[in-house]
Every structure is written in C-alpha cells, then in structure tokens.
Design a protein around this ligand. Structure first.
Ligand SMILES: *[C@@H]1O[C@H](CO)[C@@H](O)[C@H](O)[C@H]1NC(C)=O
Ligand SMILES: *[C@@H]1O[C@H](CO)[C@@H](O)[C@H](O)[C@H]1NC(C)=O
Length: 366
C-alpha cells in the first residue's frame, strides 16, 4: 500500500528459492530496503504519505501487537523505546480518530488523510517493523507419532472427504510457530473481521517452509501430483464474523489452528458457536469460475446451492487441530466467540494444493 523501504530479509531469498516456494518470487518493495526497519520521524510526514483506508479492527490488532512486542522484550532497546514512545501513542490516537469518524455510520472503514500528528502511524501503517527469525527446527515440527498411512487411508475411504488430526505439531514446534506468528508484524492484508499474512509479506519463513515440506512428506500419497498453490495465515478479531461460504481454487487443503483452545469460549460453554469449520457436501457447478465460487457475499446463488447439500459437518476449533479436506466442497468459518486479548486471537494456517481441475469431489475408494 505504502511504497517505502522496509527491512531486508535475507532468508526470504533462501526460502523463495527452495523447490516448493520457487514460484513466490514477487514481494513488495518494502521488503528489499536497507537492513534495518524504517522508523518514520515523529511530526514529519514521509514524502510518500497518502490517504489510507483504515479499518478499526486492524488498528486495534496492530496496537495489541505493538504492546505485546514491548511486553515480551523481543525488540532491541532502540526499537522498543521508539515503539513505546512514538508508535503506541500514535496508533492509539489513530484508533480514536477512526472510531470517531465512524460513529453513527454503518461503515466499517474510513479514509484518513495524512496528518503530521500521525506521522509515525502513517509511516508504519501496512509496513514491516519486526520479523521473528522463523528459523527451521532441528527436529520434526509435525508430530512424529501420527500415523499418516492410516490418516490417508481414512481420507480416501470416506464419503465425506475430510479428516481431522489432533496434536498435529510437536509441542515445541507449535510454540515456535506461535512465536513467529504473534511477533512478526506481517499481517498486512485486511478483510472484514480478520487480517492475513501471505508468503510475500513475511510468512515465507524457513519454519513455514519446513511445515510445508513435512506436510508433503507425510501426505505423500494424497499430494502426489498436486503442487502447492498458496499458503497463508489469518488472524481473526474473534468476535466478528469469519469467512463466508466459499470454495477455493485447489483440490486439497489443510487448515491448522494454533491459538490455545481456552481462548475459544465454546470450550467452556458448549451453547456458543464452535469457532471452527463448517463443510458442505456440495461444490460449485462445473461452469462457475473463481469469481463465482470464492465469495458468498458476491454471489447469493451459493446459498441456494448449500440448501441442497445432503450433508454438512461442523468441526469445532481446538488448538493444534489440523483439518484436511477436499477444497471442492463449499466451506466457511463457523461463528466464533473468542476471549479478548492479543494472544487469544484466533489464528489458522492454510496450505492449498493442486488446482481445481475436477469440480466434483473425488469418490470414496471402497
Ligand atoms: C446443516 O444441515 C441441516 C439439515 O440437514 C440444517 O438444518 C443446518 O442448518 C445445516 N447447517 C448449516 C451450518 O448450514
Ligand atoms: C481458516 O479457517 C476457516 C474455517 O475455520 C477456513 O474457511 C479458512 O480457509 C481458514 N483460513 C486460514 C487462513 O486458515
């Protein structure tokens, strides 16, 4: 959004040139700058500052993340002082300004004009400030106790082409991934109720590459011939709606939940929504293109199709649960109620494999 130098990530090169990640060679100019984070000067707007569309839940999230980074003491002292002294107050002010602008309207975002009282906010908005090293682990990151032969056989034989695998990552692996996800300020894509981190915004770390390599190794049979299409992480507000019913341009996908189960209020009150995934036993008509099947809000016909589905499944949100399913099916995020607080924000990871060649789910194998 805002073109400006960012910090150099030498490992991006390493990762981008590893076999599975080779195609993700484009990233924004903000990644290729000088080796230290760019810290805008308070009171002086950067020359490139321009009006930005500001979404309150994103500013609130950014603010919580900055507070978290200071509290954890993971920044060097210069950066930590800068964040505490300049960034936090300006993000607080920006949140106030945008909330005031939206008061009494039904809009969920507002355009903010550059303003020198918010020079730091404008200078940092949508840009990388801190990236956790995200190094690969020396041990397996996916739990070696899982019997992947059995999982793959189960998947093939099922009529509902979905399998749920609990305790997916090793304990240390899960912790390392959470640190990477919570600390890195790479959550730049804002949607209704959630933000996304993509390979080109910082998600393509050696750690994530390791996850991908182990997924491929463990699901070797199912993934044969299916190329990795994309991978990302989403972080949800926790009390706003998730993603509506859609299908993706891939054959198989794996979603993994990493935020602690206790953050999901459903775990202490089963009358609340489960916060997980709803899968429908029906996919889009053959002639539909991506535009038609990828967004319920853009296509009301999706609802009509879902009505005709002969089954649906709700898979509750639990930490360290992986869900592998045929992306041909329509699916959506279940309603969610998560606890307040940065570390309670719902995070899931998605890896998508293979393009949608067949628009009908593959039949069960007898
Ligand atoms: C799932 O199907 C049942 C009927 O079989 C329906 O009552 C229910 O609303 C459906 N759930 C969702 C989330 O669409
Ligand atoms: C997150 O989970 C929801 C359902 O739980 C799913 O629709 C979505 O594709 C997932 N996305 C990511 C990035 O994990």
């Amino acid at each position: 959004m805002l073109p400006a130098p960012g910090i150099a990530c030498s490992w991006l090169w390493l990762v981008l040139f590893s076999p599975e990640f080779t195609k993700f060679t484009s990233w924004e100019t903000r990644w290729t700058g000088g080796g230290v984070p760019y810290l805008p000067e308070p009171g002086t707007l950067p020359s490139w500052a321009s009006p930005v569309i500001v979404v309150p839940h994103q500013v609130q999230r950014d603010l919580e993340q900055l507070e978290y980074l200071v509290a954890r003491g993971v920044l060097n002292s210069e950066l930590e002082n800068y964040v505490a002294e300049f960034a936090l107050p300006e993000f607080q002010l920006a949140l106030k300004v945008v909330n005031q602008a939206l008061e009494g309207t039904s809009d969920d975002s507002a355009v903010m004009e550059p303003n020198e009282h918010l020079a730091v906010f404008f200078g940092l908005y949508g840009r990388l400030l801190h990236l956790h090293p995200g190094k690969a682990m020396k041990t397996d990151i996916i739990n070696p106790q899982i019997n992947f032969e059995a999982v793959q056989t189960e998947f093939r034989k099922k009529r509902h082409r979905v399998v749920v695998i609990d305790d997916f990552f090793s304990e240390e692996g899960l912790q390392e991934l959470r640190n990477f996800l919570l600390e890195s300020t790479m959550w730049m894509d804002v949607k209704r109720g959630y933000v996304g981190a993509y390979l080109h915004t910082g998600f393509a770390s050696p750690l994530v590459a390791q996850v991908e390599q182990e997924i491929r190794r463990n699901f070797a049979d199912l993934l044969e011939g299916l190329v990795l299409q994309n991978a990302w992480a989403y972080m949800y507000d926790g009390n706003l709606p998730g993603i509506g019913a859609h299908a993706d341009d891939s054959q198989l996908q794996i979603n993994i939940y990493v935020t602690p189960s206790e953050a999901n209020l459903w775990t202490s009150d089963a009358t609340l929504p489960s916060g997980g995934l709803v899968l429908y036993g029906v996919g889009p008509p053959k002639e539909w293109g991506f535009e038609k099947y990828n967004s319920e809000s853009k296509n009301s016909q999706i609802q009509e199709i879902l009505q005709k589905s002969d089954w649906n499944l709700t898979i509750p949100y639990l930490q360290n649960r992986a869900i592998l399913f045929d992306s041909t099916y329509f699916h959506k995020t279940d309603e969610m109620r998560f606890r307040e607080g940065y570390t309670n924000r719902r995070i899931n990871l998605t890896f998508l494999y293979g393009r949608r060649e067949r628009l009908v789910p593959a039949p069960a194998v007898a």
